[in-house]
Ligand binder design. Structure first.
Ligand SMILES: C[S@@+](CC[C@H](N)C(=O)[O-])C[C@H]1O[C@@H](n2cnc3c(N)ncnc32)[C@H](O)[C@@H]1O
Length: 308
């Protein structure tokens, strides 16, 4: 028998116009079919299924791969309401990671909100490169992550290398999320609020690091026109943009900082703007004994490794 689910309380009237509220039943297969049709208007069939399965799995708290085994199961009205609003937000181009409040980074789940950048697959690659090329890092090594955001680089490197890790950010909101993630993932990282562009604050950071890493803001204002609405409207501008007049400002300042704070032979790793790698080499080559540009999985110049 089909039991129609009628959600009685809807606060947003505009939603009623765009998304029908009646689902034929509260069985997962009915919910899936109803919302898939709505998502198909904005997304490809493959994307719609992937988004919907992630959303359903999140709110009914099962692994995504198990949904196909549970299609006849019923969900509660509050779960249905959560799915309903998640689909609405997705149709308004809100990134799924902000809707669900979390994302996976390597082997760990990081909590997120709109005050922190959504960690990217390239950044996972950066962490893997660092860990794979530095088997010598251990609990007696010291690492600093500059512009930590959600804490993804700092926490993942602490877990992978067991090093003593510090992390800084200018944003107190980002630091609150990063601290929360470190606590939840049982990782010890020393967090500090520092503006790395203000060299009078550098004295507050102890020196002698074996490795400094940063994924600083590197998107030029002029690149906004190529960017998707979901990034421009939802992700924090503070984490993304630099002026076209001085797009390497973070790299210049962090390199100067690293010159004071790295141990001899210490390494500096950056995630970089694919269009600025030559300028970056020109800027940094005289102050380091080694400089290497590394491509990402999309074959773009994405990382820079330097040795003092
Ligand atoms: C591209 S995001 C990187 C976030 C995170 N590390 C990641 O890879 O997902 C850059 C980070 O730098 C921080 N930031 C921006 N300006 C800064 C400054 N002047 N000093 C320190 N951190 C800054 C932002 O708040 C943001 O968290």
């Amino acid at each position: 028998m089909v039991i129609p689910i009628i959600i009685k309380y809807i606060s947003d009237k505009s939603f009623e116009k765009t998304i029908p509220l009646k689902v034929s039943s509260n069985q997962i297969k009915a919910v899936q079919s109803h919302y898939r049709q709505l998502l198909n208007v904005e997304f490809s069939a493959q994307e719609s299924v992937a988004y919907l399965n992630t959303i359903i799995a999140h709110y009914i708290q099962i692994p995504r791969g198990e949904i196909s085994l549970m299609l006849d199961n019923r969900i509660s009205e509050s779960q249905l309401l959560s799915i309903h609003f998640a689909v609405k937000a997705l149709l308004q181009h809100k990134p799924l990671q902000y809707i669900l409040g979390s994302t996976e980074f390597l082997d760990w789940e990081f909590e997120l909100n709109e005050q922190v950048l959504i960690p990217r697959p390239e950044t996972e690659e950066l962490v893997q490169l660092i860990a794979n090329q530095n088997y010598n890092l251990s609990s007696s090594s010291r690492i600093l992550d500059i512009g930590t955001g959600s804490g993804c680089i700092a926490i993942a490197l602490q877990k992978l290398t067991k090093a003593e890790v510090s992390a800084i950010d200018i944003s107190s909101e980002a630091l609150a999320i990063a601290k929360h993630n470190a606590q939840k993932l049982l990782s010890r990282v020393n967090f500090q609020q520092i503006d790395i562009l203000d060299d009078s604050q550098w004295d507050n950071i102890p020196g002698d690091f074996d490795l400094i890493v940063s994924n600083p803001p590197y998107v030029q204002e002029s690149e906004k026109k190529w960017m998707h609405k979901n990034v421009l409207e939802y992700e924090p501008a503070l984490a993304l943009f630099v002026s076209d007049k001085d797009p390497l400002i973070f790299y210049r300042m962090i390199a100067a900082f690293a010159n004071c704070k790295l141990k001899k032979n210490g390494q500096l790793w950056f995630e970089i703007n694919e269009f600025l790698s030559n300028q970056l080499i020109d800027l940094l080559k005289d102050n380091f004994s080694e400089i290497e540009i590394i491509k990402d999985y999309k074959d773009k110049n994405r990382f820079c490794r330097l040795r003092l």
